[in-house]
Design a protein around this ligand. Structure first.
Ligand code: ADP
Ligand code: MG
Length: 311
């Protein structure tokens, strides 16, 4: 059975269509990352799965239960961490967690026991008595996940879980998510940060309200034919610079990024010298040039010709 099955899901607000026939599926035990830039409808999708929003058309099933017709059953097996902050800053970590557990009608002693267990699982036991206003970004995120990891939860839905975390905290947090997955919880998360999706077992890419591809990260990179990438920044950016760079390239496409240009190729070393020379001939300096191996952000860019992180 699929943990999540979405078929032809569309959602419009007033007259604007945000989701336009999303179809995707997530196997049990998977860590699925849905990747797309801001405004691409990720939060809308997450909130529909979490039964806090409704589809205009199409179906969404969580472990076989329909999110509209069987919302009560779905709510029992999902944990949802929305994009917006929802913890109470003046309560301690323990009090926040206890509050969410008690909301379910759990008797006090049992709720206390569950609180301790969850705090321990998320490495927050020693900070349990601190007010959340004193928590770091990473601690807050872990506490938010704890509120969603109540007993019986089989699918965890996380909306932009690493926003605001520094790179090392982000890594630790993602490792924590992997641990949760290993314990048997299926994870579906949405992100506009390519690095977040690198650890996913499967990545879905959303563009223009549709999933354009879903694959394992390494396969996705191969499928898009990405070998090496040349990133270039130049002292000037205009049409003659575009032309000079294009003239260097015999195959493939030159793409404009927020800061410069990007070119996907097999043999970067052969091209770099010619590129710098061509630019020099029109009085343009190369301020930065580097080759990298493809990231998922590059995959997104290659497939959609859009920046994942919009400026
Ligand atoms: P993402 O999470 O990918 O940034 P969202 O789902 O938040 O995307 O938003 C997608 C689009 O839908 C945006 O243009 C946003 O302004 C619009 N939108 C989101 N929620 C609402 C709402 N409740 N009412 C009207 N428009 C909305
Ligand atoms: Mg969002």
């Amino acid at each position: 059975m699929k943990a999540l099955k979405i078929n032809g899901l569309s959602k419009s607000y007033s007259n604007s269509e945000v989701l336009n026939g999303v179809t995707l599926s997530v196997d049990q035990g998977e860590m699925y990352a849905l990747m797309g830039p801001n405004g691409s409808g990720k939060s809308t999708l997450a909130s529909i799965i979490a039964c806090t929003n409704t589809p205009t058309s199409g179906t969404v099933e969580v472990f076989g239960f329909d999110v509209v017709k069987e919302a009560k059953k779905v709510k029992k097996i999902i944990g949802y961490v929305p994009q917006e902050k929802f913890l109470h800053p003046l309560l301690t970590g323990e009090e926040n967690l206890l509050y969410f557990i008690r909301l379910l009608g759990t008797p006090k002693q049992e709720a206390l026991r569950m609180t301790v267990e969850l705090l321990e699982k998320m490495d927050l036991l020693k900070d349990a008595k601190k007010r959340v206003s004193k928590y770091s970004g990473g601690m807050r995120k872990k506490l938010e996940v704890a509120t969603a990891l109540l007993p019986g939860v089989k699918l965890l839905i996380l909306d932009e879980p690493t926003t605001g975390l520094d790179p090392s905290t982000r890594k630790k947090f993602l490792t924590k998510l992997e641990e949760i997955r290993k314990e048997g919880v299926t994870i579906f998360y949405v992100t506009h940060i390519g690095e977040d999706a690198e650890i996913a077992s499967k990545v879905g890419i959303i563009d223009e309200g549709k999933i354009i591809i879903e694959e394992r990260p390494e396969i996705l990179k191969k499928k898009t034919g990405l070998f090496n990438i040349i990133n270039i920044e130049t002292s000037i950016r205009n049409e003659s610079v575009d032309r000079a760079l294009k003239n260097t390239i015999t195959d493939g496409k030159l793409l404009k990024t927020n800061n410069g240009y990007k070119f996907f190729c097999k043999e970067p070393d052969e091209i770099i010298d010619v590129m710098i020379r061509n630019l020099g001939n029109i009085g343009c300096r190369t301020t930065r040039i580097e080759t990298t191996v493809p990231s998922l952000e590059d995959v997104y860019f290659k497939l959609t010709e859009k920046n994942l992180r919009r400026c």
